[in-house]
Design a protein around this ligand. Structure first.
Ligand SMILES: NC(=O)c1ccc[n+]([C@@H]2O[C@H](COP(=O)([O-])OP(=O)(O)OC[C@H]3O[C@@H](n4cnc5c(N)ncnc54)[C@H](OP(=O)(O)O)[C@@H]3O)[C@@H](O)[C@H]2O)c1
Length: 320
């Protein structure tokens, strides 16, 4: 099978299309014919080994000290079960599924074997594989931080910084689903997009600094990494929460003792994917796709995502 080999850390050029042996499922695994995967900001950080301050060593320990331990890059997939191990109970041949491989990686490929217990569920039935692959990264992150950590409530005022990216577009829609009053921050060319996703108000960061406008919010989610607690303090309500998803280890450690600062890493689960599927099928959340690249142009897709200004997600379409 064809897949994107990842032999060393570095610029997008380290990624190469190569032939790999087609995997064969163990007893409790399924073989998935991948129809679409994605290139996320997380994939690019991992590839380049550019992670927030203090996370370099933990990341290298997890993924390989001198070179990547896992030969194929990529995390999110949407595809079809081609075969199942003899003890598999949750899936059968032909099921359309979506999910994330997590630390196992290997998503930018034609096939992958995953345990039936991994973060893999039936795909939303009203969208394409490309749309399904596009919604996973931002959707699961928004669910983890807004629903599970910030405990977002009806009527709350929520501010999303980086509203036009993968996490931002999903967060705006999820906050709207929870009946919050949402304000998005983005640059001029993305104002209409962010409004169309349900933001009541949009702040163009090239023209206005939200910390100076005297508005206060119950939840501020920073998906960019350029905000800090001292900067946001006056923009939070008395019990307001600041969610920093792109911050260094020190702030992560300090946040343990501070109830109103939320940091950490979003996990992946079947429950999160099922919840996301329900939202997509009900029309509450839709995938925002910036560009679609064929598998062989995955390095090019990384080059584009590296620029830090994509709108929603970048998808890898896998032809067979
Ligand atoms: N902790 C976790 O578990 C976790 C999970 C997921 C993601 N993350 C991290 O969160 C970050 C965002 O991920 P993503 O997938 O949403 O990235 P993305 O799709 O690349 O989006 C980044 C967004 O940031 C905006 N932006 C750039 N400069 C800005 C500025 N000065 N002010 C406001 N917005 C600005 C861009 O919009 P414009 O083009 O309008 O500037 C762009 O839409 C990444 O660093 C990722 O690694 C962390």
């Amino acid at each position: 099978m064809k897949a994107i080999a990842w032999a060393k850390y570095g610029a997008p050029e380290v990624l190469q299309l190569r032939d790999f042996k087609k995997p064969f499922p163990k007893n409790k695994e399924v073989l998935i014919k991948i129809r679409a995967s994605s290139v996320t900001a997380g994939d690019c950080r991992l590839r380049a080994s550019k992670v927030p301050m203090g996370f370099w060593l933990p990341t290298r320990l997890a993924f390989g000290m001198t070179k990547p331990r896992v030969p194929i890059i990529g995390m999110d997939i949407s595809g079809e079960i081609e075969s199942a191990g003899e003890d598999v109970k949750l899936f059968k041949k032909g099921d359309e599924v979506y999910g994330t491989t997590g630390m196992q990686l290997g998503a930018n490929a034609e096939y992958i074997c995953l345990s039936e217990n991994s973060a893999l569920v039936k795909k939303p039935n009203n969208i394409t594989h490309e749309q399904a692959a596009a919604i996973i990264f931002g959707g699961l992150t928004a669910i983890h931080f807004l629903r599970d950590k910030a405990n977002i409530q009806r009527g709350q005022k929520v501010l999303v910084n980086g509203a036009s990216g993968a996490v931002g577009t999903a967060s705006i829609q999820l906050a709207k689903y929870f009946c919050a009053e949402v304000t998005g921050i983005c640059s001029t060319s993305n104002v209409e997009l962010v409004k169309s996703l349900g933001a009541t108000k949009v702040i163009d960061y090239t023209k206005e600094n939200f910390t100076k406008n005297k508005e206060t919010y119950d939840v501020i989610l920073d998906a960019v990494g350029n905000l800090s607690h001292p900067q946001c303090n006056k923009s939070l309500t008395e019990h307001g929460k600041l969610v920093l998803i792109n911050t260094g280890l020190l702030t992560n450690l300090l946040s343990i003792a501070r109830e109103n600062i939320i940091c950490g890493v979003a996990g992946e689960s079947k429950e999160g994917l099922d919840f996301l599927r329900a939202r997509v099928e009900a029309g509450d959340i839709e995938a925002v796709i910036d560009r679609v690249y064929p598998l062989e142009q995955t390095a090019e897709a990384h080059r584009y995502v590296d620029k830090g200004h994509k709108k929603g997600s970048v998808v890898i379409s896998v032809g067979h």
